[in-house]
Ligand binder design. Sequence first.
Ligand SMILES: [Zn+2]
Length: 270
Amino acid sequence: MPELPEVETTVAGLRKVLDGEIISRAEAYRADLRWPMPVDLRQRLTGARITGLSRRAKYGLIHTDREDILIFHLGMSGRWRVDPSELEKHDHFVIETGGGRLVALNDPRRFGSLDIMPASQIDAYKSFVGMGPEPLSDVFDAGALQTALKGRAAPIKAMLLNQNIVAGLGNIYVCEALHMSGIAPTAVSATLSKRKLEKLVTSIKEVLTSAIAAGGSTLRDFAAPDGELGYFAKDFLVYGREGQACACGAPVKRRVDSGRSTFYCAKCQR
Ligand SMILES: [Zn+2]
């Protein structure tokens, strides 16, 4: 499942292909993904020039000179295929450029989404309303996190997954950051000291930055035909490592809350 670093890598890859290009063709091959695609997608995109690409939380944003922003989410299984030799069953949307490049949004499970909004209204996009700060921005620091967690009895892990507290964090990197900062996933949010929160914020930024760097190093290959954006292999300290030894020697444990696995070390994390 793509998390923030995968989306960041995807956007960086798409930028190399799309930035500054005229969209000669934009075509959807079905009416919906997780929800209906805008009916005027083709009309608003065809002939427009792409003026930049960016990311907000786990959403990729493609900006055009018509002051529109195409907003995509990769859901559970979405990826962009670059210059595929032929389209596949699950390629649901394509953008072709005047320069002859083609990118296809492939999403077998269709939990992803595509929307288009005027740039001036982007903050009112339903998923962005009330959303917390970007974890890699300077606004996200221990003070801001402490304020956001004030009076919260919920476990810290649940709070970090809450998009209104901090944007774009998912299960994998929350597990990793909690391990790196030595905080139990079940710790009561409001009771964490400023020092612990400082360590946590540093760890969150560190796990995301190193994953983005790992993703960036895979972009070398994407320019090849049938290049795929969005996924890369990473080494995790605890995620997916139940029963294996933590760096301290104790076995990594797994617990399941509301269907979601948490990987942690009971010895390192308190
Ligand atoms: Zn340990």
